[in-house]
Structures are given as structure tokens and as C-alpha cells.
Design a protein around this ligand. Structure first.
Ligand SMILES: NC(=O)c1ccc[n+]([C@@H]2O[C@H](COP(=O)([O-])OP(=O)(O)OC[C@H]3O[C@@H](n4cnc5c(N)ncnc54)[C@H](OP(=O)(O)O)[C@@H]3O)[C@@H](O)[C@H]2O)c1
Length: 341
């Protein structure tokens, strides 16, 4: 084990798109577990768009990171020392938010779930069997997805997107990807998407949605908001359902008014339902979703792409990759702190 714990601390609230200089890498002694605590070394650190909302003074659905604090984040890691009867050194655990961008953390049993690599490899517990799997599952359920529906998914090649696309295929839908590039569309097709749009090369995005969904969009799983949302809303089918899951396209304008065209007549004419989605509302049913996700993964019906950066030093850069559409699949960081005690 290293003698120091490297930690990324927030240096300043970003103005516009975050930059690497918004965090500083500091060092602290490796902490010693007290009663009821365990010392955990991160194996894989999470990287996710929600982190943008946590480094803003704006009101959010969860508490933010103050300047000077260790950056928020989840991780899957190995217990190095334990003062908890439920966990022993060598066990693998996952925590969604309570690890932080650092090599080692002290955690309690209430903050972690046990990782069972018989169900899926350790890194899959930060997406498939973490929160993004249940987000994809319940985001589609909230939209009352039915066999035969045309389902459009934005950020389709990303972590939530690749899961939602495959779940919608399993559900008997025609599934359409919206993503930034042809390369990402090719990945989506490999995963079973029926068609798609590379939004950066389309001169008229609304016309492109009409081209791939000539009979309209029944379900829109919106991970981005912004101009993609505006283009899809102009193509809603009768009784369409929109799950507003994420607003990643607003990352550069976080906290500002989201001013764009309004398409309220299209929503009225389609008798469409546009509903916000927060995965935490489904917490009592996470186990149900995770059991199905693990089974689909186990029988090969769900496959996943990962984009894994090396070393804790790359954590801010890996986060900026997401906001720049550079990640191909679920973005993670593999920790390079020594494992041995
Ligand atoms: N509501 C909830 O409970 C909940 C839970 C989990 C996640 N989420 C949301 O789900 C969404 C996806 O999260 P994820 O972890 O799966 O991330 P991800 O999709 O793996 O990565 C983010 C993706 O966002 C897209 N993007 C970035 N800037 C964009 C822009 N300006 N316009 C359009 N697309 C842009 C990029 O894909 P392209 O290459 O396609 O541009 C990028 O790959 C996020 O909005 C996240 O906040 C919501």
C-alpha cells in the first residue's frame, strides 16, 4: 500500500465547461479505520455526468462539493482492513457516491454493496449493476415502453444509452440511436440498434429524426436535452412518452436559463407526456431490475463497451472526455495505487 492517499480536491467552481485546473491533486496520509469502518482501495473509479451538477453553487437534487473538498464519486474497490464483522480484507465492495476521487477511503457497511464477480466483473458494478443499469431499466418502464414502439435514445453509445438501447430491443421495440459520430453509431449497430443519427453531421436534425422515424417517435429516452430534444419533440407520435433522464448538453451553461425554441403545440397535438426521471425514486425496486440485468448479461443478451483511463492522475481528464463526447461506452478510471498491504 502507498503511504499517501492521493486526492483530487475541487479548486474552484467551473465557469462554463469545467477544465482540469478546476481540481488540484493533493496528498494526505492513508486513513486508519475506526470502529465500524473499513479501509478500501479503489480498483475502478466512476466518471459520470452528474458530477457536473455537484460542482456548481446552483440548487441540485443532491448536496454539492465545496471548494477545497475531495471531489464526489463512486468506486468499486478492495477492502484492505476491516473493523466491521460483515466484511473482511480481500472482499470487493462498491459505493455509488461515497468514495471520492482518491486512492483510499474509509467506508461503513451502510455505504457499500458487496460485489459478486460471479454475476459480472468488478467494473460492471459501476454501470450494469450500479445506478445506470437501473436508470435505463426504469427510465423505459416509466415511459411505458411497449413491443413495436419506435424508441429514440440520445447519448445512445454512452453508459445509460447502451443499456437502454439493448433493453428496448429485448422489449421488442424498434430502437434508434442519436449520438455524435458515425464511429459511435457503428458501435450502436453492433449492440443491436436498428438505425441512428450522427447529430454533428446532420444539417437539419428534426428532418433527420423524421427520416429514421417516418411514423413518429413513441418513446424518447432523453439523456441530453438541448437541440437533440428540440428535434425529437417535433416528431412525436400520438400518445408519445418522453423520459427526461439527463441534460448533459447543458454542461457548459450549467445554472443558466435553458432558452431554446418551444414546441408546445407538438406536445399538445401528440397528447404527449414529458416526464422528469430520477432513479432514486425507484430505490425500493433496484433489486428487481438488477436481477434481470444480471440475467440478461449472463445469457449474452446485454453486451457493454467500456472506455477505461489509466491511473488516478487521469480522473479530471476522463471526466472532461464525457462532456466532450470522447468516451466510447462507459467511462471509468483504473486506479494505479498499489494493492498490497
Ligand atoms: N436522472 C437520473 O436518475 C440519471 C441517472 C444516471 C444518469 N443520468 C443521466 O444520463 C445521461 C447519460 O449518462 P452516462 O453516465 O450514461 O454518460 P455517457 O452517456 O456515458 O457520457 C455522456 C455522453 O453525453 C453526450 N454529450 C456530451 N455533450 C453533449 C452535448 N453537448 N450534446 C449532446 N450530447 C452530449 C456524449 O455522447 P455523444 O457522443 O452521443 O454526444 C457523451 O458520451 C446523463 O445526462 C446523466 O446525467 C440520469
Amino acid at each position: 500500500m502507498r503511504e499517501v492517499n492521493r486526492q483530487w480536491r475541487l479548486a474552484a467552481y467551473p465557469k462554463g465547461l469545467p477544465r482540469e485546473s478546476d481540481w488540484t491533486l493533493t496528498e494526505a496520509p492513508v486513513p486508519v479505520p475506526g470502529a465500524g469502518q473499513m479501509l478500501v482501495r479503489a480498483s475502478y473509479l466512476d466518471v459520470a455526468p452528474y458530477m457536473r451538477g455537484r460542482i456548481s453553487p446552483q440548487t441540485n437534487y443532491a448536496a454539492g462539493v465545496a471548494v477545497g473538498e475531495v471531489m464526489v464519486g463512486g468506486a468499486v474497490g478492495e477492502v484492505l482492513a476491516s473493523n466491521c464483522p460483515q466484511f473482511d480484507a480481500g472482499d470487493l465492495v462498491v459505493t455509488e457516491f461515497d468514495f471520492g476521487w482518491q486512492d483510499y477511503a474509509l467506508l461503513t457497511p451502510a455505504q457499500v454493496r458487496r460485489v459478486d464477480t460471479a454475476l459480472a466483473p468488478a467494473h460492471c458494478w459501476l454501470d450494469l449493476l450500479g445506478l445506470n443499469g437501473v436508470t435505463a431499466y426504469f427510465g423505459l418502464a416509466q415511459a411505458e415502453m411497449r413491443p413495436g414502439d419506435s424508441v429514440v435514445i440520445s447519448a445512445a453509445a454512452g453508459s445509460v444509452g447502451q443499456l437502454a438501447g439493448q433493453i428496448a430491443k429485448i422489449g421488442g421495440c424498434r430502437v434508434i440511436a442519436i449520438t455524435s459520430s458515425e464511429a459511435k453509431l457503428a458501435r450502436c449497430r453492433e449492440l443491436g440498434y436498428d438505425d441512428g443519427i450522427a447529430y454533428r453531421i446532420e444539417p437539419d436534425l428534426a428532418a433527420a429524426v423524421k427520416r429514421v422515424c417516418p411514423r413518429g417517435v413513441d418513446v424518447f429516452f432523453d439523456n441530453t436535452a438541448g437541440p437533440i430534444h428540440d428535434a425529437v419533440v417535433q416528431n412525436l407520435a400520438l400518445n408519445a412518452r418522453v423520459t427526461l433522464c439527463g441534460t448533459v448538453s447543458l454542461a457548459a451553461r450549467f445554472g443558466e436559463a435553458d432558452i431554446g425554441p418551444r414546441f408546445l403545440r407538438q406536445i399538445m397535438i401528440a397528447r404527449a407526456r414529458v416526464q422528469g426521471f430520477l432513479v432514486f425514486d425507484y430505490a425500493p425496486r433496484y433489486d428487481e431490475a438488477r436481477a434481470r440485468l444480471a440475467a440478461w448479461y449472463g445469457d449474452g443478451r446485454i453486451r457493454l463497451h467500456y472506455d477505461i483511463a489509466d491511473g488516478l492522475a487521469s480522473q479530471p481528464r476522463a471526466f472532461l472526455r464525457l462532456l466532450g463526447s470522447e468516451n466510447l461506452g462507459k467511462q471509468l478510471v483504473r486506479n494505479d495505487a498499489p494493492a498490497g498491504a
